[in-house]
Structure formats: structure tokens, C-alpha cells
Design a protein around this ligand. Structure first.
Ligand SMILES: C[S@@+](CC[C@H](N)C(=O)[O-])C[C@H]1O[C@@H](n2cnc3c(N)ncnc32)[C@H](O)[C@@H]1O
Length: 427
């Protein structure tokens, strides 16, 4: 079972337990076993394939790249199925912070996009592709392996954009695009940034089609972590059992702790829950990052608590930047200066500095809430920390061997003479 987002207190869509953005663990979305390419004949988009990009959906049958790129597994098929449902697209599109920032980023780069060729990696309903067409793109390849691509094609037709937006139903790893592209746009970020492992597909698109000097939106991403205190949360889930209608139900405590805190929790916290400045877990330059680099991400952290408080665990969140190609050395594959110089020694900054004033989509607790909320790794019991107490350890996020879209989280903690390791899986 995956962890359900048990708390949500800011984002306009109130998550129900068991509901979150889909991922490989969302078995309730895996209805039927129809994969993206195994759909029924009546809905088979091959029926509408006109072969010329004049409004028909194109279906990828090519196996050309399957030796070079990762093969499509049953887990991938379940993942694509999870995106065939309208609810998740509605949730993402209604997340105005997300969608408006993407639209703003596209419009900010309008002079670059106008007259150019774009690929939208994972187009979903086609919204970002249509924004790009509105920005004057000459041609947009809207690629999605989920059956939602069929809907995207209808949306494109209904908006008379079939001459510009070509919907390709297939994996980015498999579809054929017979030209270089100038722009890659994608909304690939999962919980804790790396959950879902979709960035790998953006890398594949970059390495297959992006011309030198091309633009990737977003261009950079940063994952942060910070220690949190959250007495209300602990009290609601755990202390509750101490006195239930006058009955001592403390016998429930071990089970309650396990159920509440064994796995990562997706929920909204606020700035006051954070005990000190965050630490950068990983900074990603989308022009340079490699697939291998994402298999396992490890960092040592070193915090100094700014106050005396019960420490309940750690929060993770991310931001992405939309830098122009002038700012980023496109395709140079040189590491961004920030990649190698993030402080890992206690000199945490609240946010990565943004000298270029690039547009940023932030999921930080102090910023307006998004459907990503924050991801919390709770301890089973709070730990009292003093002001200025050092909290140190390491965190490793690795793709599960079982299913690369699952994320294994190993958290090592040491402070005030105590140390332990907490391992969890985000499924
Ligand atoms: C987070 S949604 C974003 C949808 C849309 N771009 C938006 O912003 O509303 C990601 C989409 O990417 C698709 N996707 C993920 N990996 C893909 C791949 N390797 N090839 C094609 N589509 C992919 C999923 O099916 C899903 O529809």
C-alpha cells in the first residue's frame, strides 16, 4: 500500500485519504489491464491516423529505440493507465500556481518559441502544447503514452490547432519525430521532485531531438529538505488514542504510529513548522543531467535548530526555474555552477539564490500551496531538540529495483547522542 495524504490544509482541492497525484502505486487507477498500446479497436487511434499530421492522432508502433532506451514495463503501462483518468488532469490544471506559472514561462519565452518546433513531453490533455501554439510555435509535437492523448487530440481539433499541434500517442522513448526541435516543454515533477521518475523521459527527448542552442522548460530543479516540528499532527494521529471517550486506548499507539508514519506523507505544512533553513538535497540542470545520475541521489545534511522544540521529522519540497537559453549554456553539458557548489555543511540558505530572476514554480511551505503539497518523513516519536542543537545525517533517494517509479528513502539521523536509520518506500 502507498501512503495516503492524511493532512491537507491549504490547497483548494482537499485530498481525501488515499488520493493523490497518480503514481505507480495507485492501484485504484489501474482498472483493467489495458496498456497504452493495448486499447480496444473501437477507440484505436490508428483508425483516425491520417498520416500527414493534419489533425489525426499518430500512434507509435516503432520499436526502433527500444534497445537504446529503457523498455516499457508492465509498471510503466500501469503508470500510463493512471493518467488516462480525467480526475488527475483536472487536479493538475486547477492547480493555478502550476498551470499559470507554465503559461507565464511560455509567454516569457514567446520570442524564442515563435516560429519554432516544440515537443511537449507528456502532453496530458494538451494544455501546454496549446499554450505553445498560442505563443506562435510553428509546430508542436504533443507526446503522451497514456490514452489521455486521444482526448488531447480532440481538444486540439476543437481549437482548430490541428495544423500546428501533432498529437503522438506513444512513449517519448518510442515515437518517431523526423526533425530536430528547438524547445522541450514538460511538466514531469513528482512528489519530492523525483517520484514517478519522469525526468528520465525528458532526458531521452533532449538527447534524441533537441538542437544545439535549444530551450528546455523548466530548465532547472532543486529539491530541499528541512527539519520540522508539527505537534498538532502528532497529537491528532497519536495522542488521540490516549483517551477515547474516556477509554484508555494507548494499546493502539504502536499500530497508530506505524500506520501514520511508516511511509512518506504528502500534506501541506506552513513556514512555522520548519525549524531552520533548508538544505539542498539535489540541484538539477535539465540541460546536463543524465539518467544515471537520477538512479540514486545522496546527500549529507547538517542543521542547527533555531529553537527549542519537538522534532517530528523532515519535510521535502522543490522548485523549478524557467531560465532562457541565454542564461543556460545549452547542450554544453557543463555542470551548472550551482550543481557542484551547494552547501552540504550546515551553511543552509532558505532558498537557492536566483540571480537571473528566472521565473520560479515553488512548492515551498512559505509559498502558495500546490497540488504537490510537501512530503513529510516523520519519526515514530518526537525528539526534543534545544536551540542551536546540531542535527546531522544523510538521506538517499533511490529508484526501486522492483519498479523504477517507486522511490526508496533512507534517512540517517544523529543528534544529541541519539542516532537511527529510517527506511521507507514511496509507492
Ligand atoms: C504530470 S502529467 C502532465 C500533463 C500535462 N503536460 C499538463 O501539464 O497538464 C504527465 C504526463 O506525461 C505522460 N508521460 C509520462 N512519461 C511519459 C513518456 N515516457 N512518454 C510519453 N508520455 C509520458 C503521462 O502519461 C502524463 O499524461
Amino acid at each position: 500500500m502507498y501512503s495516503s495524504p492524511t493532512h491537507s490544509n491549504g490547497y483548494q482541492h482537499q485530498h481525501q485519504p488515499g488520493e493523490r497525484r497518480p503514481g505507480p502505486g495507485m492501484t485504484h487507477r489501474e482498472r483493467g489491464k489495458r496498456g497504452a498500446r493495448g486499447r480496444s479497436k473501437s477507440r484505436d487511434s490508428r483508425d483516425s491516423h491520417d498520416g500527414g499530421g493534419g489533425g489525426g492522432l499518430r500512434v507509435s508502433d516503432q520499436k526502433t529505440h527500444q534497445e537504446q532506451w529503457p523498455p516499457c514495463t508492465d509498471f510503466d503501462m500501469a503508470y500510463f493507465n493512471s493518467y488516462a483518468h480525467v480526475g488527475i488532469h483536472e487536479e493538475m490544471i486547477k492547480d493555478r500556481v502550476r498551470t499559470e506559472t507554465y503559461r507565464q514561462a511560455i509567454m516569457q519565452h514567446q520570442s524564442f518559441i515563435a516560429g519554432k518546433v516544440v515537443v511537449d513531453v507528456g502532453c496530458g490533455t494538451g494544455i501546454l502544447s496549446i499554450f505553445c501554439a498560442q505563443a506562435g510555435a510553428k509546430r508542436v509535437y504533443a507526446v503522451d503514452a497514456s490514452e489521455i492523448a486521444l482526448q488531447a487530440n480532440e481538444v486540439v481539433k476543437a481549437n482548430n490547432l490541428s495544423d500546428t499541434v501533432i498529437v503522438l500517442h506513444g512513449r517519448v522513448e518510442d515515437v518517431i519525430i523526423d526533425e530536430e526541435v528547438d524547445v522541450i516543454i514538460s511538466e514531469w515533477m513528482g512528489y519530492m521532485l523525483l517520484y514517478e521518475s519522469m525526468l528520465g523521459s525528458v532526458i531521452v527527448a533532449r538527447d534524441r531531438w533537441l538542437r544545439p542552442g535549444g530551450l528546455i522548460l523548466p530548465s532547472h530543479a532543486t529539491l530541499y529538505m528541512a527539519p520540522v516540528t508539527h505537534p498538532e499532527r502528532y497529537s491528532e494521529s497519536i495522542d488521540f488514542w490516549r483517551n477515547v471517550y474516556g477509554i484508555d486506548m494507548s494499546a493502539m499507539l504502536p499500530l497508530a504510529k506505524q500506520c501514520a508514519f511508516e511511509e512518506p506523507c504528502v500534506e501541506t505544512i506552513v513556514g512555522e513548522n520548519i525549524l531552520t533553513w533548508p538544505h539542498v538535497v539535489k540541484h538539477i540542470d535539465c540541460y546536463a543531467v543524465t539518467i544515471g545520475e537520477l538512479e540514486s541521489v545522496s546527500t549529507r545534511y547538517n542543521f542547527k535548530s533555531m529553537m527549542r522544540a519537538p522534532l517530528h521529522g523532515f519535510a521535502f519540497w522543490f522548485d523549478v526555474e524557467f531560465n532562457g537559453s541565454v542564461i543556460s549554456p545549452i547542450n554544453s553539458h557543463a555542470p551548472s555552477p550551482l550543481t557542484e557548489t551547494q552547501p552540504v555543511d550546515g551553511s543552509q540558505r532558505k532558498k537557492r539564490s536566483n540571480p537571473n530572476e528566472a521565473l520560479v514554480l515553488s512548492t515551498a511551505p512559505e509559498d502558495p500551496p500546490t497540488h504537490w503539497q510537501q512530503t513529510l518523513i516523520y519519526f515514530y516519536d518526537p525528539i526534543e531538540v534545544e536551540q542551536d542543537q546540531l542535527i546531522e545525517g544523510s538521506v538517499t533517494l533511490s529508484q526501486s529495483k522492483e519498479n523504477a517509479r517507486f522511490m526508496n528513502i533512507r534517512l540517517e539521523y544523529a543528534s544529541g547522542g541519539r542516532s537511527f536509520v529510517k527506511e521507507s518506500v514511496m509507492r
